[in-house]
Every structure is written in C-alpha cells, then in structure tokens.
Design a protein around this ligand. Structure first.
Ligand SMILES: [Zn+2]
Length: 488
C-alpha cells in the first residue's frame, strides 16, 4: 500500500486597510523603508495599541465568505518570542478566542469537487521585514510591523499538491472578490505554511513537519512533492520523522531542517492586557454579510448554465474577480461567449505567462492582475468575432492579439491596414481549388481510387497557395465539393 499525504495549510493574508491594525500608520506596500512607523508599531515602552475597526470588518467578511461562524466576542493574546523583526518581542494575535471558526470551501480538481474544512480564522499583526544585502549585512524595514493579517487555518483535509494549490487559488479568489486583500503572493500579501505528514490509509496520521512562508503556487506544489518524497523514503529506510520546521529551497528543490517545531506552550500565550475584548453585534454581522457579492462558485455555475462553458473553463475564468468581470464584458459584446473564453484561456493566457516568465528571467516584475491584460474587453470581443466568423484564422489572430497587447488597437482596423483578412470570396477560393487539383493530378487519381486521406494534403497545398489567408472552413468545403464532384 502506498503512502498517503495529509496536509493542513495555514494561510496568512494581509488585509488592505488604510492604516495598521493597532496604530494610525499607513499600511500600504512598497513605501521607503521605515517611513510608516510610530512608537506603537516600533514597540516603544509605554505606547498603547488601539484596535482598527476596519480590520474587524474585513476579517469578519472573510470569515463569512468562507462559511465560518463569527463570534460575538473575540480577544487578543500575546504570542511571545524573540526575533529581530519583532520589536515588542511578542506578536498580538488571537489564540484563545479567534473571531471566526468552523468554515469550509470547495475546490475542483481532476478528481471532481471536494470540500475542505476551515478550522479557524484569527486576526494578528504582521512582523517587520529583514533585508539581507550583498555586503552580508542585514537591514530592518519596520513598515510592515503592525500591518493587519488574518490567518486562515485549514483542517488536515488536503490529500495532494493539486488540492493544496486549488485550495489556495480558491482562498485568493474569494478574498479578492470580497475586496479585503489584493492577495499578491509576490508582494507577500498572501503566504502559506504547509503542514504535511504521511501515513498508510488504514493507520493513524504520521508525525508532521511544517514548511513556512511559501510565496508562490509553484513553490507550494514543489515543496509538497519534495517533502512527501523525503518522508516516504525516510520511513521506508526505518528512520523516524521528527516534528520540526523545514525550509524549502527553490534552487535545489529540497527541504532542509531549520529548527525543532515549537508547541503552543513555548509561546506563553496570555490575554493582552492593553486591548479590550472585541465585540461584534448581530446587526454588524448582518450588514457585513449583506455586502458579500456573488462569489466564484456561484459565478462558475452561472457560466456553465448561461454561456455553455465547461466546468474547467468556468473555474479558470472565475478564479479572479477582475478576470470574471472582464470576461463578462467581452462576452457581452461578442457573438460567442465560448469563443471569448477560448481566446482568453488560450492565446491571452499564453501571452501573459510568457511575459511573466520573461520578467522572471530578467529579474523584473511583470504586471499582475488587471494590469497584465492591457486590451479592452470591447477589442477582445471584436477579435473573438473575427475568429469565430472565420474572417481571420488562428495564426493571424495571434499576430493581431500581439499588436493589441502593445497599444490596445482595434483588431478590425489593424487587420484592414495590414491586409490580414482571410479570403472567403467563393470565386477566389474556387479558382485556387481548381489550380491545386490541376497541379496535382496524381493525388487526384488516388482520391478517385478511394484514398480519401489525400484531401488533407490538398487542403494544405491550397492554404499554402493562399499564404494562409483563406477562410479555412469555406476553403475546405469548396475543396471537398470539388473532389466529390469528380467521378470515381
Ligand atoms: Zn505605527
């Protein structure tokens, strides 16, 4: 019997509030180091925290969107540990009484739909950031100290790397839909700790290890596979798995031990005496629930029903709110929603991911989200129509799309200016068909003798003679008619 992996995820999400969680410093990303700091978030003696109500709102909204129960009373606790990025030597978190508990979300994987439980969601403050420069010095940026976070703790319901990534994508989709975070993994506003153990399915769970701060879907997937392999080969060699925190190295693709895992008792949690209990009234809960828009799962169902998309296409196009909004706008202006969906998932995603890997190679940042698609929905809808009407073929479509990514040009005008329209004029196409048949008498003879496969070869020749600019559907119809008209 093979080993089964058991995974639970702890996902940290920075909330996009104006100010930090316990002081009025700005919480935005990317400012000059150490410019958004004050005595409270620097942990100076005597400074007192004041809770930002917007954080309560955002955290509860996230909880409700993830099907959790919200608590009328929650409380802050101090998690004590020393690290240079934590000036107070404790982090304010919610240990004993978190704001939300008992939720779930559902994911689509190749094996079908699966529900994954969410144990709890609690509010906490982020730590600062250590920057290691090339002179072997470590610098400290405290702008991030006190940026509000929620930690979403899943049940150990995940059984594969694919499910883990699907879960994270769904968390990101839901949180961006409700607008409480931008969930940018490259900026650290969504990051994830993976707890993984393996066991034989009929035996109790094994000892788990934790891999911290994974900040891309790819590293989550690779870290899980690497750690699974390591644990399986250790157990098969009769070694024991120890409970510990491990680091995943992207370069080697391996995990290595960092430190023995702490237990919660090591943190000496106790209620923070500087902060009162947090209250959430029924009225507040109802008004927060009423703000939640149509979420990705409901939108996915609607796309399958209303537009005839496949489950996979609908899942992909609803994975981010901007993308779903964009798709709906473009589909509304085009003749075929399926053609718009195909164009987005095919050529458009291909260009975006090519730009992203080029940027990664050059060490620069590729635009993300909405900015990664600089084409208006209107123009994309027009291109979709050109393709679905057969006025341009797919390779010309690619060329036009590349131009549209440069300056969002109108695809119809661009095709006109560059003489890219496919020829669908029957007279012109028929003439080509006749010429090709005349030039290839041997193939025509084999067709007559019943070798029907030569039709494809003749089609290739006709298309080549038109330099790829024929309407392929019409051309093949005319060719077929001409061949059938020949006597056998
Ligand atoms: Zn501050």
């Amino acid at each position: 019997m093979s080993w089964e992996m058991v995974i639970g995820l702890e996902t940290h999400v920075e909330l996009n509030t104006e100010s930090k969680v316990f002081c009025s410093c700005r919480a935005e990303f990317g400012a000059e180091p150490n410019t958004h700091v004050c005595p409270v978030c620097m942990g100076l003696p005597g400074a007192l925290p004041v809770f930002n109500e917007q954080v309560l709102h955002h955290a509860a909204k996230a909880g409700f969107a993830l099907n959790c129960n919200g608590h009328h009373r929650s409380r802050f606790d101090r998690k004590n540990y020393f690290y240079p990025d934590l000036p107070k030597a404790y982090q304010i978190s919610q240990f004993y009484k978190p704001i939300c508990e008992n939720g779930w979300l559902s994911v689509q994987t190749s094996a079908g739909e699966k529900k994954i439980g969410i144990t709890r969601i609690h509010i906490e403050e982020d730590a600062g950031k250590l920057l290691h420069d090339d002179q072997n010095e470590t610098l400290l940026d405290m702008n991030r100290c006190g940026v509000p976070l929620i930690e979403i703790v899943s049940e150990p319901d995940i059984r594969s790397a694919e499910e883990a990534v699907a879960y994270l994508r769904k968390v990101r989709a839901i949180l961006t839909y409700i607008g409480v975070s931008d969930c940018r993994m490259n900026e650290g506003s969504l990051r994830c700790d993976v707890n993984l153990s393996i066991h034989k399915p009929d035996e109790p769970f094994g000892v788990r290890t934790e891999m911290k701060n994974l900040n891309s879907f790819q590293s989550v997937e690779r870290a899980i596979r690497a750690e699974y392999e390591r644990q399986a080969s250790a157990l098969e060699n009769g070694e024991e798995i120890v409970q510990e925190t491990r680091r995943y190295d992207q370069k080697t693709g391996k995990t290595s031990s960092m430190r023995r895992k702490e237990n919660s008792s090591d943190y000496r949690y106790f209620p923070d005496p500087d902060l009162p209990e947090v209250r959430l009234t029924d009225e507040q809960m109802e008004s927060i629930k009423a703000e939640i828009p149509v979420l990705p799962d409901a939108r996915r169902e609607a796309y399958m029903k209303d537009y005839g998309l496949t489950a996979y296409a609908a899942e992909q196009l609803t994975s981010e709110r901007w993308l779903a909004d964009y798709f709906e706008q473009a589909a509304g202006m085009a003749k075929s929603a399926v053609s718009v969906a195909n164009l987005l998932q095919g050529e458009v995603f291909a260009i975006i991911s090519a730009k992203a890997s080029e940027a990664e190679k050059n060490g620069t940042a590729a635009p993300e989200g909405e900015a990664s698609l600089p084409v208006s929905p209107e123009n994309l809808g027009k291109l979709s129509d050109l393709l679905s009407d057969g006025r341009v073929n797919s390779s010309t479509g690619k060329k036009i799309l590349a131009a549209m990514f440069k300056d969002d040009c109108d695809p119809v005008e661009y095709a006109q200016q560059n003489a890219l329209f496919a020829v669908s004029d029957d007279a012109v196409l028929m003439e080509i068909v006749q010429t090709i048949l005349k030039q290839n008498p041997a193939m025509v003879v084999s067709y007559r003798k019943g070798k029907l496969t030569v039709e494809r070869a003749l089609m290739g020749k006709a298309m080549a003679a038109m330099k790829g600019k024929a309407d392929p559907k019409r051309l093949s119809e005319l060719l077929h008619q001409a061949l059938e008209a020949l006597e056998r």
